[in-house]
Design a protein around this ligand. Structure first.
Ligand SMILES: *Cc1c(COP(=O)(O)O)cnc(C)c1O
Length: 371
């Protein structure tokens, strides 16, 4: 039996390289609270991601939750249900009401033609998702936000290092959040960041990740604890040294999938958007059951029988989660619902072997798999 292939595999530096990076911590005994490694990684990421300001967090979710809190929003927030639980939860956990906008069937990001109909006098922000590394229609979102005086916070968890028209993806909107979780293109084991323009917002955000403490004797924010520690930052410093190689290896895997799965009836494969420098983070395939001759679930199961774990990412939609007790009408996001039933993300990571990509594609395309 061949070794199990998971949907992703964490990038790691060499063992010795990491040990060298954490060695100074045994001299300083400074393990967290915005230490030297934290500051070094923050400076390097600001540069690499080409953003005006950046603030590091313990994980991407807390980055998003506290970025929303630091905006001081009220009422309703427009977002999409075709995303990871984190996006919707961050809105709800801030006491705000998510209003779900449908996605477009081209790149699965928010359908900007449907945003304005959802805006009312309680709307305070838009939280769009650059899903699978696809860039939202940032120009149109900016136009709508300006016109209606709304804040925009991008969930950029999938777009590490992505550029749009030569700008870092974190330059758009009022803030963007990144995830550096083990499963993402760049990882700090767990980790995340917020990029932003406004320095006043940055100061609020900084306090909120450290209990809302303003000074030794003044606590004027109801903050949380979401600081990235020195071991996480050291992992990030090491991984960042190799990030361009890792993305290049991902590109090769991605292109092999494209080669193998192009021009197959009943399969929609991703494409690189215009003016976008991609990071090859995911490979979502959408099946047309009739034309292809097999359903998404059948392909998923067939891969699993062959020790290959793909993911129904994003299924189910966040607006159908049990925790919301039927509060949201999934009929209002029909495109998202349709895609979520037919999409499968295939294994994609830097060290995935080209022969394994071929093997995965052969299983997907095999005649016995289809009727
Ligand atoms: C991974 C992810 C997050 C949350 O990031 P964590 O670092 O795991 O907390 C948020 N949104 C999206 C779309 C994600 O994929």
């Amino acid at each position: 039996m061949s070794e199990k292939i998971l949907v992703t595999r964490s990038s790691m530096p060499g063992f010795e390289e990491y040990i060298e990076e954490i060695r100074p911590l045994w001299d300083t005994h400074w393990l967290t609270n915005m230490g030297a490694k934290h500051q070094e990684l923050e400076a390097q990421l600001k540069d690499y991601l080409a953003v005006p300001n950046i603030s590091l967090f313990s994980n991407g979710h807390m980055a998003l939750e506290l970025a929303i809190q630091a905006m001081g929003l009220k009422g309703e927030v427009i977002t999409t249900p075709f995303t990871f639980a984190s996006t919707t939860h961050a809105i709800v956990r801030n006491g705000l009401e998510p209003v779900f906008c449908d996605i477009n069937s081209e790149d699965y990001t928010i359908d900007t033609t449907k945003i304005e109909a959802l805006i009312n006098d309680r709307t305070s922000a838009i939280v769009p998702v650059h899903v699978y590394g696809n860039v939202c229609n940032v120009e149109e979102i900016e136009r709508i936000a300006k016109k209606h005086e709304l804040k925009v916070i991008y969930d950029a968890a999938h777009t590490f290092g992505v550029k749009y028209k030569d700008s870092g993806i974190g330059c758009f909107g009022d803030a963007s959040i990144y995830s550096f979780h083990a499963t993402k293109v760049f990882n700090t084991i767990e980790g995340g960041a917020v990029s932003f323009k406004d320095e006043e917002f940055g100061l609020n955000l900084y306090r909120l990740k450290n209990f809302g403490i303003r000074g030794p004797e003044v606590v004027d924010g109801i903050g949380a604890n979401a600081k990235m520690n020195e071991f996480q930052a050291a992992m990030g410093i090491c991984n960042l040294r190799h990030i361009n190689d890792e993305i290049e290896k991902r590109r090769k895997v991605y292109e092999r999938y494209i080669k193998n799965l192009s021009n197959i009836e009943g399969i929609k494969i991703p494409s690189i958007q215009q003016d976008v420098l991609p990071n090859y983070s995911y490979f979502p395939v959408v099946f047309d059951n009739k034309a292809f001759g097999a359903t998404r679930n059948e392909v998923y199961n067939r891969l699993l029988e062959n020790n290959i774990v793909s993911r129904k990412y994003f299924y189910p939609l966040t607006n159908t989660f049990e925790c919301f007790h039927g509060k949201f009408d999934v009929g209002l996001t029909p495109v998202a619902l349709n895609i979520s039933k037919r999409v499968l993300t295939l294994p994609l990571f830097a060290d995935l072997k080209i022969e394994d990509v071929d093997n995965i594609c052969n299983i997907i395309l095999s005649k016995e798999n289809r009727c």
